[in-house]
Design a protein around this ligand. Structure first.
Ligand code: UDP
Length: 330
């Protein structure tokens, strides 16, 4: 099978590329390296078993001719290329909106032209600022005003979902939509906001762990390999076609407790420093206080349940980041 992964040099995309290479597929990646990195895919280009089946294009998904060529030769498309990370979105508002809207439109237009099955990665951000848990795919959506720029990301991802569903309804295009909750694992960088790599990095360097707000906001975390299993399972399931699925973990923890757990697990001398949201992100910011998925729908469709609990996720991230830190300080 020939697989196209947009954003395949990113954190999740590179794990997906690796899983398809392991399976014996040919993998085509297009990435503009805005948040992705060659470091994530270098090993595929060097691996004797993979290198003849791995093809990388350093390009934008807005490049029509390149995308025409890639979608044309591949059998299935995973669309992961997007502006990601709260910090990145706040710092690059215009590029984020353009990539998420025009980029997805391009992917869908070409998948429809060649009738290629496509999986769209949406986000738990789409739900907005609910306080209840768990979040079900059919829940209403609650956003703040457009002056609070965080919601631009949710709005673009919601528009992506509408576009994909419209192609399915009107043209019979085989689409699957996944709402990814906080995903964590090796290769994720803390540079764009992501809390676990930031806290682990801070703890390993004995720096203060920067908890935003009062730290009572909660999240669940999913190990990246579990997410990959979910994405591949949904891609392979005809029953998933035309539907929206939450993909996430169910172990809810507040951010202050997460910081304490990471300090304990790393044996760090770090303390916790509470940073007001205005200082971290400016005054036009609103956080989501709670974010827990209901995963009955994906469980019912492909039997998916995450295998790695939070402790296991943190063990793997701490191991991976300490090795990299050791290597960079040698
Ligand atoms: N967070 C934090 N300190 C950091 C980075 C993030 O307290 O250095 C908080 C952030 O404000 C949010 C939660 O951790 O409440 C998860 O943030 P992340 O950016 O990982 O993902 P989000 O769920 O916000 O998309």
């Amino acid at each position: 099978m020939r697989i196209l992964i947009t954003g395949g040099a990113g954190f999740i995309g590179s794990h997906l590329a690796e899983a398809h290479l392991e399976k014996g597929d040919e993998v085509y990646v297009i990435d503009d390296l805005s948040t992705g990195s060659l470091k994530n895919i270098d090993e595929f280009q060097e691996n004797e078993d993979y290198k003849a089946r791995f093809f990388f294009s350093h390009d934008s998904i807005l490049n029509h001719d390149k995308m025409l060529e890639l979608v044309g030769i591949c059998d299935q498309v995973y669309h992961l290329a997007a502006a990601v990370g709260v910090l990145y979105i706040l710092e690059h508002p215009f590029e984020s909106i353009r990539t998420n809207i025009q980029g997805t439109e391009k992917v869908l237009e070409l998948c429809n032209k060649f009738k290629k099955r496509v999986l769209i990665t949406s986000s738990s951000e789409v739900y907005g600022k609910h306080l209840h848990a768990p979040l079900v795919e059919t829940d209403n959506i609650i956003y703040g005003p457009s002056s609070k720029f965080r919601w631009s990301y949710a709005a673009t991802k919601l528009m992506d979902e509408f576009m994909a569903l419209a192609y399915h309804r009107t043209n019979g295009l085989e689409v699957v939509i996944t709402r990814l909750f906080n995903t964590v694992g090796p290769r994720q960088t803390g540079a764009y906001g992501m809390v676990i790599p930031r806290f682990v990095g801070q703890a390993l360097r004995n720096q203060p762990l920067t908890v935003h707000g009062n730290g009572k906001q909660t999240r669940t975390f999913t190990y990246v390999k579990d997410v990959i299993e979910a994405l591949m399972g949904l891609m392979a399931s005809l029953e998933a076609t035309g539907k929206v699925f939450n993909v996430g973990g169910t172990e809810e923890i507040n951010i202050e407790s997460l910081a304490k757990k990471i300090i304990g697990m790393t044996g760090s001398d770090s303390r916790i420093e509470f940073i007001p949201y205005e200082v971290a992100f400016g005054k036009d910011f609103e956080d989501m206080q709670r974010r827990v998925p209901d995963i009955q729908k994906i469980k019912g469709c492909i039997g998916f349940e995450p295998k790695t609990n939070l402790h296991g996720i943190l063990e793997r991230v701490i191991y991976d980041m300490s090795r990299n830190l050791g290597a960079s300080s040698r």
